[in-house]
Write a protein that binds this ligand. Structure first.
Ligand code: ZN
Length: 296
């Protein structure tokens, strides 16, 4: 089938990090302890792979450089099984806490580590906690300069830690000062005038699955590719409990025991592929159909 005839696939993605690296519990003291914590990322990623394997779906794995260095076999296995390996940066520092130079070094280091391990070009990037916001849009041209072709970090919602309310919620190609960059925001749906995140993470665990499926079907009916994300620690209900703010504990530990079943249902109800494949289809459509497709 020619690519022009192929629909833009829905996108399934996983941010590959340890449970103790999430932003909601981040502190300098905890970061200094990372190497002494129990690693659970490989086992949890295996759970994801076994769910995907039932449908033979391929997905994008945004792997943290720090995790890739310590789990090279896992990264090679992702590639060997046909998945796309992309970058989640190296240190999981919010971009809102970085200078442009520190950000550049972080995304460059992660890309180099992942490419050395996989032998393939790393084209995609997702920021820790979607931290490309109105204040950190300077990060987008740096991604172009560092060789990234697409980003999936701009979350067009209101949130205390991230989000860019009013940003284009659809997959689109940006013209940055350094060149073109595809932006694939996580899926959101406008409900009663409010843009609701439905794409994954805590939201995926918060809504009852039939409600989530209905919202995803609404987005699908609008002709938009879905962009869904989860983390390996979300499939791990027995992970050690961390101390931290009540809101962080609620978001992190809510319904963990339900995630694997919901992911299984999700991949039964929708057809997914990696983000890189969607970018290729979007690029082709834009080049062949022209400006009419610019907001697809
Ligand atoms: Zn992350």
């Amino acid at each position: 089938m020619a690519i022009a005839e192929r629909a833009v696939p829905h996108c399934l993605s996983f941010d590959i990090e340890e449970h103790f690296q999430v932003s909601g519990f981040a502190s300098e003291a905890r970061r200094l302890n990372w190497d002494r914590e129990e690693s659970r990322v490989e086992r949890n990623t295996d759970r994801i792979l076994s769910v995907l394997d039932k449908r033979r779906f391929k997905a994008t794995f945004f792997v943290l450089g720090w995790v890739a260095e310590r789990n090279p076999g896992m990264v090679r296995r992702l590639v060997a099984e046909g998945h796309e390996v992309a970058s989640h940066g190296y240190e999981h520092e919010l971009i809102t806490m970085q200078t442009p130079d520190v950000f550049r070094e972080d995304v460059r280091k992660a890309k180099r580590i992942l490419e050395d391990l996989t032998g393939a070009a790393v084209c995609g990037y997702r920021a820790p906690s979607f931290s490309i916001t109105a204040k950190t849009q300077w990060a987008l041209p740096i991604l172009v300069e560092e060789g990234y072709l697409y980003d999936s970090s701009v979350f067009p919602v209101v949130h205390d830690r991230y989000g860019m309310p009013g940003a284009n919620p659809q997959a689109h190609r940006l013209e940055t000062v350094s060149g073109k960059l595809w932006e694939l925001p996580p899926s959101t749906l406008k409900v009663g005038g409010v843009r609701v995140p439905v794409a994954g993470g805590g939201y995926f665990r918060l809504f009852p699955y039939p409600v989530l499926r209905w919202m995803l079907q609404r987005i699908e009916a609008e002709g938009q590719p879905l962009v869904v994300y989860l983390h390996p620690w979300e499939l791990d209900p027995t992970q050690p409990r961390m101390q931290g703010p009540l809101l962080s504990r609620f978001r992190h530990y809510l319904n963990l025991a339900k995630t694997e079943g919901r992911l299984t249902a999700l991949v039964s109800d929708f057809v997914f592929g990696p983000l890189g494949a969607a970018v290729q289809a979007l690029e082709y459509r834009l080049e062949t159909i022209g400006a009419r497709a610019s907001s697809i």
